[in-house]
Design a protein around this ligand. Structure first.
Ligand code: PLP
Length: 452
């Protein structure tokens, strides 16, 4: 699992390219007292990322105060699709902050323009938008709406939420109940309303047919009539696999048949990451609800639930709100972010560069001497699952060492994620060009070849 990076400066090899510059030991000796203060004043949970002080952003690069420049393959955890400090997003934030930076749920123009825009981006019947702040809030809201739908349409029995093994929907209580990692639920008592089934990834679950979904429910004595909500990530963070179109079609049909809300967690997949505006467009179905976050606002804290009016309108005026929902500055940033994605053709760029990323990820896997089990890619996101040779057991140590070395080489990755902390995600800003993408992939390939 995640662990702290030591605050002991290592003499790093000097690097100087257009996208990367390493001129000091890493961590930078002058940064160590600051990082130590951070660790003194914050819970340990906040010290899991590489010990680099992020001071400035510049497109696909992150820069520290000592002039080290990192090619960003993290997008700050899949957020900065338009890159760092995009001038149009910065200008929108500055202008809105100067005019009005808080409006609670009183109407404001940025909020109205944003919800209009989001409705225009999503297909029928996803015609209503509820703006929130974090991804976890958006998935929690899907759970609340799904459970409320069940109660109103099937009575108190219809209250079970079906989600997937190893899934992640955020760190608040409902999101963790729906999440599929036992380790993250140790603090919670089991709740029979939350049921998990195998995710059809073709790796940890070989049977990718919808019949496996049904048989797993049967094994757990779950009656379809008692299910109010199915919640799934559009792709699981650990491996970027997706339902087949056939699986998705049968899921849609099953949910319709039993009056179940189908919600997809697009917090990672939305806003161009997979080479389409929304990941569910690959599946050939439209869910009832989607939860959005991360890439929606380019780095400002904003999330959204977008859904069918019958579900979105379950609560009366004032009963589904939040103090910071639709924050005016965040809305202005989101609008600017969406316009940049549209006008700079970033969804198309992600689709175009998918082949380069896929090829690079499979070359890295080939260099890993059997220690990378899957290297799935969609658009501009790939996940490398490090394992102990010949098994599906995650190799967290190797993934962590690779991450450490990458950062020391000027390639920014976030700490390994997923099952047992064994997966490295490659997810650069959607503005990346082919040259920078190839450079970062080659850096990673050389490190993996050496350490595996
Ligand atoms: C698929 C998915 N859902 C929900 C979340 C939670 O989002 P947040 O961290 O903004 O609460 C995340 C965050 O990593 C995520 O990847």
């Amino acid at each position: 699992m995640a662990r702290e990076f030591p605050l002991v400066p290592q003499d790093a090899k000097k690097v100087e390219t257009r996208y990367r510059r390493i001129a000091t030991a890493i961590p930078v000796p002058e940064s160590v007292p600051m990082l130590e203060e951070m660790r003194r004043c914050e819970p340990r949970s906040m010290s899991g990322q590489p010990p680099i002080l992020w001071a400035k952003g510049d497109g696909v690069c992150v820069i520290d105060p000592w002039g080290n420049r990192f090619l960003d393959f993290s997008s700050g955890v899949l957020v900065t699709g338009c890159g760092h400090a995009h001038p149009r997003i910065t200008a929108a934030i500055q202008a809105q902050a100067a005019a009005l930076y808080h409006a609670y749920c009183f109407p404001s123009a940025p909020r109205i323009e944003l919800v209009q825009k989001l409705v225009s981006l999503t297909p029928e019947p996803l015609n209503k938008v509820f703006l929130l702040t974090t991804g976890a809030e958006a998935t929690e809201c899907c759970i609340k709406l799904g459970m409320t739908w069940g109660r109103r349409n099937g009575g108190p029995r219809k209250r079970r939420v079906v989600s997937f093994h190893n899934s992640f929907h955020g760190r608040t209580m409902g999101a963790q109940y729906a999440g599929g990692s036992a380790a993250l639920k140790e603090w919670l008592d089991p709740d029979p309303r939350f049921v998990q089934v195998p995710y059809p990834d073709g790796f940890r679950e070989r049977d990718i047919s919808f019949d496996r979904f049904l048989s797993s429910l049967a094994e757990q004595s779950v009656d379809a009539q008692d299910v109010c909500l199915v919640l799934s990530e559009t792709y699981p963070g650990v491996d970027v696999s997706m339902w087949t179109r056939e699986y998705a079609a049968r899921m849609r049909e099953w949910c319709n048949q039993h009056n179940i809300v189908l919600a997809l967690d697009e917090v990672q997949a939305g806003f161009g990451r997979t080479g389409k505006w929304f990941g569910f467009e690959h599946l050939g179905i439209v869910p009832d609800l989607i939860a959005c976050g991360k890439g929606i606002a380019g780095g400002m804290p904003l999330s959204a639930v977008i859904g069918r009016p019958e579900v979105m309108d379950l609560y009366p005026p004032g009963a589904m709100t939040s103090t910071h929902s639709a924050n005016t500055v965040c809305c202005a940033a989101a609008l600017a972010n969406i316009k940049v994605i549209e006008e700079e053709g970033l969804v198309e760029n992600a689709a175009r560069l998918e082949a380069v990323l896929r090829d690079g990820a499979s070359r890295i896997a080939q260099s890993a001497k059997g220690r990378i089990a899957t290297a799935n890619t969609r658009g501009l996101v790939a996940a490398l699952q490090f394992v102990h040779s010949g098994t599906t057991d995650p190799d967290a140590e190797l993934a962590w060492q690779v991450t450490k070395r990458a950062v020391e080489s000027g390639l920014m990755l976030f700490a390994p994620v997923g099952v047992g902390g064994g997966a490295i995600k490659i997810c650069p800003p959607l503005i990346i060009n082919e040259e920078a993408l190839r450079e970062g992939l080659e850096v990673l390939r050389e490190i993996v070849a050496e350490l595996a």
